[in-house]
Design a protein around this ligand. Structure first.
Ligand SMILES: CC(C)(COP(=O)(O)OP(=O)(O)OC[C@H]1O[C@@H](n2cnc3c(N)ncnc32)[C@H](O)[C@@H]1OP(=O)(O)O)[C@@H](O)C(=O)NCCC(=O)NCCS
Length: 147
């Protein structure tokens, strides 16, 4: 990532509003989604990207959640700040700060931006899960921790 202004760091309680604003679902008033993010924040499982004091993106990493490996549950960049390298930066930050030597994540087949990002970052395909979203399988990927 050449020049992305701002920094990625562990999210604090004060970041909640900014995180909810970044996420189109939560911003639209999806209570379940907002609760999901709030609970992850309370567990200390969120990383944020902040530029000029504004949260532009965040990531939820669940420690040892997936067969004993850290699992990225959610990676979201503010729609107004996409394609500037923030997603890539958060992903690398997650790898650098992982508590396990491998990190896993997953995305729907239909999610081209996330699949492109994972491909661009050299993540490895692990497998395909059926039965979660009807007609839109879940693709699992992994990468090794890189300091
Ligand atoms: C997926 C997501 C996090 C990517 O964030 P981002 O900050 O826009 O991604 P980056 O700018 O770091 O992209 C890095 C590379 O990934 C690829 N990429 C990212 N978005 C892409 C898109 N929409 N189309 C094609 N390639 C894309 C490109 O190779 C890109 O490099 P480039 O811009 O130099 O071509 C963002 O689209 C998002 O928040 N999506 C909604 C939430 C979601 O579905 N998250 C994933 C499931 S948890």
């Amino acid at each position: 990532v050449t020049h992305v202004p701002g920094e990625a760091r562990l999210a604090a309680a004060r970041d909640l509003d900014g995180m909810l604003r970044c996420d189109p679902l939560a911003a639209r008033g999806d209570r379940e989604r907002a609760d999901f993010i709030r609970q992850a924040l309370a567990r200390g499982e969120c990383q944020v990207h902040v530029a000029d004091g504004v949260v532009r993106g965040f990531m939820i990493v669940r420690p040892a959640h997936f067969f004993g490996r850290d699992f990225i549950d959610l990676l979201v960049v503010d729609p107004a700040a996409r394609r500037r390298g923030i997603g890539r930066l958060l992903l690398r930050h997650g790898l650098a700060t992982a508590g396990t030597s491998q990190v896993f994540t997953s995305t729907n087949v239909s999610n081209q931006p996330m699949r492109s990002l994972l491909r661009a970052e050299g993540w490895f395909f692990s497998g395909e899960l059926h039965g979660l979203d009807e007609g839109d399988p879940e693709l699992v990927f992994y990468q090794s921790r890189r300091p």
